[in-house]
Design a protein around this ligand. Structure first.
Ligand code: PSU
Ligand code: MN
Length: 300
């Protein structure tokens, strides 16, 4: 290929060159995880939160085949409202580049690009993982976490997944799981999963100490920092169980599989819960991004 596939925006490039804190953000949650107009509002709000903490946000997406690190408002709008914005994981990056596609990056492809751009902290809502059901559908988010040295801040894996199986996968593949102010792994819309974390941290400095030690030891996997959804926005557990079961049955009936499954389940639950899961999703995203910015500040 003729040029560097990664295009870093001027402000992100300046921050990185000066050794200032940068937080990477994904774009699939904007394009396919949240409905309009909450998606663009949330995308802009997340960037503001990072700025307010004194760090620089770097939302990542593919535009005309180029891996863009840091988007301007027009690019952000295009990802949120454009036609034919694809959901691109790592397996799609070469195709997207060769075919000059526009697309949103998942956790997997965002951290792939962010690491190569020199960014060390990333935040999202919930990571992908091992899906429920008989087909072994395992998100490439997990594979990429196992081989990318980065602090990944999230509220655990999405509730639609098989959480015990996802937890086991992380353990087998040596991804260290931190509970940020909690002793069990959060479950996305819900604060409880009864699944263990490897260590509890109660401050950004505490997270940074472990991350730097992992780097010293040349351990190459991500440090997964899991934060429960704020209590006021947690979805009531019986409502959650009800809308989750319904969405899984509906996906099975409509034979929805592959990359379409996660967006379908999230949208369906948002409708059937009358927006309760959507409010939780936005609240946890904002909180995770805030903590990620604080961690990025403590890292320098
Ligand atoms: N978290 C959210 N909403 C989302 C996602 C995560 O709150 O839409 C996206 C992420 O981009 C994640 C992807 O990487 O869903 C996982 O999809 P899959 O299970 O197809 O790998
Ligand atoms: Mn999948």
């Amino acid at each position: 290929m003729d040029q560097n596939p990664i295009i870093t925006s001027p402000d992100v490039a300046a921050a990185l060159a000066a050794g200032k804190p940068v937080v990477a953000l994904e774009s699939t949650v904007i394009a396919h995880g949240l409905p309009r107009p909450q998606n663009i509002e949330t995308a802009a709000r997340l960037e503001q939160i990072v700025h307010a903490e004194g760090a620089t946000p770097a939302t990542i997406a593919v535009i005309n085949g180029r891996f863009c690190v840091g988007l301007d408002r027009a690019q952000l709008d295009q990802i949120a409202t454009g036609q034919d914005i694809k959901k691109l994981s790592v397996r799609d990056l070469a195709i997207a580049r060769a075919r000059k596609w526009d697309g949103a990056t998942t956790v997997a492809s965002t951290i792939w690009v962010a690491h190569r751009a020199g960014i060390q902290v990333f935040a999202t809502g919930g990571i992908g993982g091992v899906h429920r059901g008989s087909l072994p559908d395992v998100s490439a988010d997990l594979t990429e976490l196992a081989r990318t040295p980065m602090i990944v801040v999230c509220s655990g894996a999405k509730i639609v997944l098989d959480l015990p199986a996802t937890r086991e996968w992380l353990e087998t593949n040596s991804v260290t799981v931190v509970g940020y102010g909690c002793d069990e792994m959060p479950a996305f819309y819900s604060r409880r999963s009864e699944l263990p974390v490897d260590v509890r941290c109660d401050s950004p400095e505490d997270v940074v100490r472990i991350f730097k030690t992992e780097a010293d030891l040349d351990l190459r996997s991500a440090l997964l920092v899991t934060i429960p959804v704020p209590t006021a926005d947690e979805v009531d557990s019986s409502l959650l169980q009800e809308v989750l079961d319904e969405s899984l049955v509906e996906a099975e009936r409509k034979k929805i599989v592959g990359r379409d499954l996660t967006p379908f389940l999230l949208a369906r639950m948002s409708e059937t819960s009358k927006g309760a899961t959507l409010r939780a999703n936005i609240a946890l995203l904002q909180n995770n991004v805030l903590v990620a910015a604080q961690i990025a500040m403590a890292l320098i």
